[in-house]
Write a protein that binds this ligand. Structure first.
Ligand code: CA
Length: 239
């Protein structure tokens, strides 16, 4: 851990870790990306998987309008939005459930063993979200420590979801860290004033995450898990 980060972590009074879900807990981004590429191809819009990763966390309709403006010189109609988004969802669903991200179990165990609280902060609004988490990670998550699409007015990159997690946990800015994989999520964590760890679990360039202000970047969950011992040693204050 470099000196700058050591100083930031030493200044924490670490009590909780706020995890994003897609691309951090579950490896769902490859499916989302492939589904977007197919859906856009069906209306003659060029869109590659890297584009999908850059836009992770944007609403479906915002993504569709952006690409229409860029390539067709106009916004999509409501009917086009509905059709393209339905197509994307159909392809996505055809892949079946996403598996956990490699190494995330080790990370969750390290965090739990250190006595830190674990929060989920996601833009997803799936009804069965908690059941899915419980299925893959029994006893790790709690419904009281989740912020989903149903809780917030403004999603990421707005800081609201992360601020709401702090509020739910009765936590101060320096009592948590954020774990994110996407540019919009990093922006949300940073603008909430929380130390933000980026883990590049997909195909983004490191600068895509660092330019948004991530305090540190790890290439995978194994690297983050190794660094976590420093986070805990320096950040958790003994009473
Ligand atoms: Ca994510």
């Amino acid at each position: 851990m470099d000196g700058d980060l050591r100083k930031k972590v030493s200044d924490l009074n670490l009590k909780a870790v706020l995890f994003d879900m897609d691309g951090v807990i579950f490896n769902s981004m490859p499916f989302h990306a492939k589904a977007w590429v197919e859906a856009f191809a069906s209306v003659g819009i060029e869109f590659d998987e890297y584009n999908a990763y850059l836009r992770e966390g944007m609403t479906g309709y915002a993504t569709i309008h952006e690409m229409f403006i860029a390539q067709k010189g106009r916004m999509a109609t409501e009917a086009e939005c509905k059709k393209i988004y339905a197509y994307k969802c159909k392809v996505f669903d055809s892949f079946g459930p996403a598996e956990p991200i490699e190494g995330i179990r080790n990370v969750l165990k390290t965090v739990k063993d250190a006595g830190l609280e674990i929060f989920i902060v996601t833009g997803s609004g799936q009804q069965s979200l908690f059941d899915k988490l419980e299925h893959y990670f029994p006893g790790v998550f709690s419904e009281d420590r989740m912020v989903t699409a149903h809780d917030v007015k403004k999603g990421k990159p707005d800081p609201e979801p992360y601020l709401m997690a702090l509020a739910k946990g009765g936590l101060l800015f320096d009592e948590a860290i954020v774990v994110e994989n996407a540019p919009q999520g990093v922006t949300a964590g940073v603008s909430a004033g929380i130390l933000t760890v980026a883990v590049n679990t997909g195909i983004l360039k490191p600068e895509d995450l660092l330019e948004k202000g991530a305090d540190v970047l790890y290439n995978d969950m194994f690297e983050f898990n190794e660094a976590l011992s420093d986070f805990i040693e320096l950040g958790v204050k003994k009473m």
